[in-house]
Design a protein. Structure first.
Length: 105
């Protein structure tokens, strides 16, 4: 039996690495909410690419006896997408609040 890991594929390694870098960069961009929002959306797209590649590679794995050995690692980008969407929602809410306060000045 041959073990197949996500990091054996260059595309997934790049997608996951870029996603991690964008997440850490956007954490420290709290003063520039617009760029933080754009990086969040871009990160969501990258995670969709990673999910697509995980599904593609999982469907093309040989074998499949009685028990599936594909693991749940392909679901991690899905969890990341949910948290990124929640973060973008909070960023947008914060940006709207700042805009509404600026109207009163």
């Amino acid at each position: 039996m041959e073990w197949v890991y996500a990091f054996n594929f260059l595309e997934t390694t790049i997608a996951i690495s870029v996603s991690i870098v964008f997440a850490f960069i956007s954490i420290f961009l709290y003063k520039n909410r617009k760029l933080q929002f754009v990086l969040g959306r871009l990160n969501i797209l990258i995670n969709f690419f990673a999910i697509g590649f995980f599904v593609y590679s999982a469907l093309n794995l040989p074998g499949e006896m009685e028990i599936s050995e594909k693991g749940i690692g392909g679901l991690i980008p899905l969890v990341s997408i949910v948290f990124l969407a929640l973060a973008n929602k909070a960023i947008k809410k914060d940006e709207d609040l700042v805009k509404s306060v600026d109207r009163f000045r």
